[in-house]
Write a protein that binds this ligand. Structure first.
Ligand code: 7TS
Length: 414
């Protein structure tokens, strides 16, 4: 079945669902309604096939062998790098560093660029809505270097206070690190604007794209940032692989991160010189299959069309927002004007973990907890939320199932 309806340029979501074998199952006797996509997405058959094909036909180590399998593995791994480059419209495949995921990408920048460029009295700006992965590496860097972490506050709706942001930027600001899309609030941050204001002062910007890439087209030159990071598993690819993109000149100037095999140029016991980009940051055998699977996922998403995905999810989010608003006791956290695919909520005084557990019994998978955003929870004044997060294979029927299951939750706690 065609995933794009011929002549209509809209997605055939029934066909998209068919591409995801895991969705065809029952949980506690009920059809699975998977609404935990911000944590991780499911994998289409095309990705599963790419992983299988690699291990069945091409498995070998990259960059070292003279034999045919190694050449094929190397070609596929480097082709995956090129697919990643194209996907985010980067200019140069040497700027694509394969990492384990967003967390490792941010740690790499903090541990190398950060140590080289952030010193005593300097400042790093993050926002109140960041995931711990985009807080803790900077906090540790600040502690090590005697620098200071500054925080952009948010409004009650969950938007960044750009006036406050502007005020935070100063002579000592070395880096701004912000999420493209919040994993709790769903807020789509005005990244191009954030970058422009930082760049006007010569400040570097890292964008955490973990929650953006599966939901909207990302064009790093248009954003103007210096680093962009994302995880494969949040865009229908495998776990254990992700991408750090950085401007070539910056990556070239950065000290190495992990050291060892694959990232060196020449080693003697006296001295080691390192390989060129991107290999200087890819020590050890990489996740070859992961990179190939990620490329298959990006090809899959590209065939669906990011703009079509964004339009479809925009409608679905509006439908879900209106439907949840009808649920008695519902408090939606995150009502920014620009939002993507995430609905966090608190239902009366029922603990979000209880909400999540009962929803699971109805076949509906959501996440409950602090979502690795404890400072944001403190700002919202809640210990936790329940979170439904949408992907392109979700439908209005899924939202209806969520709403029906929430009625069951309320009955249990009545
Ligand atoms: N940044 C954001 C905005 C995220 O949402 C996540 C993961 C990360 C960074 C870390 O990504 P990783 O692939 O390195 O783990 N977010 C979530 C979540 O919301 N629920 O589980 C993981």
């Amino acid at each position: 079945m065609a995933v794009v309806l011929p002549g209509q340029d809209t997605l055939n979501v029934a066909a998209v669902q068919q591409d995801f074998p895991i969705l065809r199952q029952r949980i506690h006797g009920k059809p699975l309604v998977y609404l935990d996509n911000a944590a991780t997405t499911q994998k289409p058959q095309a990705v599963l096939d790419a992983l299988q094909r690699y291990y069945v036909e091409d498995n070998s180590n990259v960059h070292r062998g003279v034999h045919s399998l190694s050449a094929r593995a190397t070609d596929a791994y480097e082709a995956a790098r090129e697919t990643c480059r194209r996907f985010i419209h980067a200019g140069d495949a040497h700027e694509i560093v394969f990492v384990r995921g967003t967390t490792e990408g941010i740690n790499l920048v903090a541990g190398t660029w950060g140590r080289a460029h952030v010193g005593r009295g300097d400042e790093i700006v993050v926002s109140e809505m960041e995931h711990h992965s985009n807080i803790v590496p900077w906090q540790r860097l600040c502690e090590e270097q005697g620098a200071r972490l500054r925080v952009i506050p948010i409004t009650n709706e969950g938007e960044l206070r750009l006036d406050e942001y502007e005020r935070l930027l100063g002579d000592r600001t070395r880096l701004v690190a912000v999420a493209h899309v919040s994993n709790v609030l769903g807020t789509v941050n005005p990244v191009a604007d954030i970058v422009r204001r930082a760049k006007a002062r010569g400040i570097a910007v890292l964008v955490d794209g973990a929650q953006a890439v599966a939901h909207m087209a990302v064009d790093v030159p248009a954003l103007g940032c210096d680093f962009y990071v994302f995880s494969g598993h949040k865009i229908f690819g495998p776990t254990g692989v992700g991408v750090l993109w950085g401007r070539r000149a910056l990556l070239e100037s950065m000290p190495v991160y992990q050291v060892g095999g694959g990232q060196i140029s020449r080693v003697t016991f006296e001295r080691t010189t390192y390989a060129d980009l991107p290999y200087k940051f890819e020590a050890g055998t990489p996740d070859i299959a992961g990179a190939i699977g990620l490329a298959a996922a990006l090809d899959y998403v590209t065939a669906l069309g990011l703009d079509r995905i964004a339009a479809y999810e925009h409608d679905l989010l509006a439908y879900a927002t209106a439907a949840l608003a009808q649920v008695p006791g519902m408090r939606l956290t995150g009502t920014a004007r620009a939002k993507a695919s995430v609905l966090s909520f608190v239902l009366g005084d029922i603990h979000p973990h209880d909400v999540g557990t009962i929803l699971d019994r109805e076949g509906v998978a959501v996440r409950a907890g602090h979502h690795c955003c404890q400072p944001l929870m403190a700002r919202l004044g809640v210990p936790a939320t329940a979170r439904a997060s949408l992907a392109v294979y979700n439908t209005r029927q899924d939202v209806d199932a969520l709403v029906a299951a929430l009625a069951t939750v309320r009955e249990v706690f009545a």
